[in-house]
Write a protein that binds this ligand. Structure first.
Ligand SMILES: NC(=O)c1ccc[n+]([C@@H]2O[C@H](COP(=O)([O-])OP(=O)(O)OC[C@H]3O[C@@H](n4cnc5c(N)ncnc54)[C@H](O)[C@@H]3O)[C@@H](O)[C@H]2O)c1
Length: 432
């Protein structure tokens, strides 16, 4: 039935007109591809950004459903793309159908993936590219998995919000990489919290305190830009700084506890104490931000990337009738009207998020958390703004900032010489 008209009609009905255009192409079988896996029900995936997370996401996507295959890839570094392809082939070879002419190298590789007949794209480059890649994907009519953070500055966030609305109006799925929203223990805990298990949530303390992260030693053949691109974490215009690149997960968990209501204003501090060498670009290694919510409620955020220090990755909530303690990877406990502890089996949240995304496409009810992913990312960008400048800023001020950190998408080339800004100094660095 899968190759019959009846099968095709049923599939089109389920997935909507937006998918039709790209799935018709799925009838044209590649001469080399195993034909039993390419038919009108096949969902083809393109991977843009073939690093650690992209490779993981591609594996999860191809395992989300019996009939999902990877057919296109793009990266700016050949070694990263080849390593990713080799790993994916080793782990799930039957679903990896990327012909050599669908392995696109270069800053415009994403365009070639989008021009191909993929149905779904995985956007897993460093975050500086995300707003432009996302817009291009939505304009091309693709469903999207979009890693966090979804932008590095406020203009990027505003662009993403528009794209999220476009995706919705076109019937395209858009799922963010805020993976904790797909973690069974967290869903069970937050369901109870939002149902009043600790009364009204008054304060949320959240942490992402970790050690040093990866670093690629410089090779003689690398230009300055290649070195920076290999080590994108340490350039705030590429990563958004670590509060956006990593600690944004904790801010998303804070936001969830407040029912995703937005704070009114934020104040904070931060700096770099242990990661001060030039090789670490211009990012901070610690942040402490206080978010003021309506009715005097508060969110307290601490994050650091400093080796030799104690680690913490959790959320503690205080409510009018109890409290909740979450240590993200194990303990989930509510001490309130009714004491409760998560005692179930953990799921693989990364797999669950892809299972959910692909099931939503199959059902014709495309998953969408696009505006929420933009707001959660903005909490981090806003935190960085108040820490860098030493100013208290409202949500509106931060969201309406016109500061763009990096070049426009079409300006990227290996000849780019984008000047790195000085490390921010509170009280001296101006809010823009
Ligand atoms: N949700 C999570 O738990 C989680 C975990 C890790 C990373 N991430 C996020 O995933 C993203 C990628 O992180 P990573 O750890 O995989 O980094 P990475 O450096 O391992 O991978 C990034 C890849 O993108 C490639 N790339 C860079 N610019 C590109 C461009 N313009 N076009 C195509 N490819 C390009 C790089 O060469 C590299 O292969 C980041 O936004 C990160 O914050 C999320």
């Amino acid at each position: 039935m899968k190759n019959s008209d009846q099968g095709r009609r049923a599939f089109v009905k389920r997935t909507g007109a937006a998918v039709l255009a790209s799935t018709i192409g799925a009838n044209i079988l590649s001469a080399k591809a195993p034909k039993h896996l390419l038919n009108t029900d096949t969902l083809k995936v393109g991977l843009i950004g073939c690093g650690g997370r992209g490779t993981g996401a591609a594996l999860q996507a191809t395992k989300a459903d019996d009939n999902v295959v990877l057919t296109a890839m793009a990266d700016i570094f050949e070694d990263r793309m080849k390593e990713s392809h080799a790993l994916l082939t080793q782990e799930n070879g039957a679903k990896i159908m990327v012909e050599p002419d669908q392995m696109h190298l270069g800053f415009d590789g994403y365009k070639k993936v989008l021009e191909s007949d993929v149905d779904v794209v995985l956007l897993t480059t460093p975050p500086c590219f995300r707003p432009a890649h996302l817009r291009a994907a939505i304009e091309a009519g693709k469903h999207v998995f979009c890693e966090k953070p979804v932008a590095v500055d406020a203009p990027g966030i505003r662009h993403v919000i528009e794209s999220a609305k476009m995706a919705k109006s076109k019937g395209l799925a858009l799922m963010s990489g805020f993976c904790w929203r797909h973690d069974d223990p967290k869903n069970a805990t937050y369901e109870r919290i939002l149902d009043g298990a600790i009364g009204d949530v008054q304060a949320v303390y959240n942490t992402y305190n970790t050690g040093a992260l990866w670093f690629h030693d410089r090779k003689p053949e690398w230009s300055d830009f290649q070195f920076e691109m290999r080590n994108w974490l340490y350039q705030n215009w590429m990563s958004g700084d670590h509060i956006a690149e990593q600690a944004v997960h904790s801010l998303d968990l804070m936001s969830w506890a407040f029912g995703d209501q937005l704070p009114i204003s934020a104040t904070g501090t931060g700096g770099r104490q242990s990661r001060t060498e030039d090789q670490f670009g211009n990012v901070y290694d610690h942040f402490a931000i206080v978010y003021d919510y309506p009715d005097g409620r508060k969110g307290f955020h601490f994050s650091r990337q400093q080796k030799g220090c104690s680690r913490a990755y959790g959320v503690d909530m205080l409510g009018t009738k109890g409290r909740c303690n979450i240590h993200v990877s194990n303990n989930h406990e509510i001490i309130g009207r009714k004491t409760w502890k998560w005692e179930g089996e953990r799921n693989n949240m990364y797999q669950t998020e892809h299972d959910t995304l692909f099931a939503s496409i199959r059902k014709g009810e495309p998953f969408s958390d696009g505006v929420r992913m933009a707001n959660s990312t903005m909490l981090a960008i806003w935190g960085r703004m108040v820490a860098y400048t030493g100013q208290t800023l409202t949500w509106e001020e931060a969201l309406n900032s016109d500061e763009t950190l990096g070049p426009k998408i079409d300006e990227y080339s290996w000849d780019l010489n984008w000047p790195m800004k000085e490390v921010a100094q509170p009280g001296i660095t101006k809010f823009a």
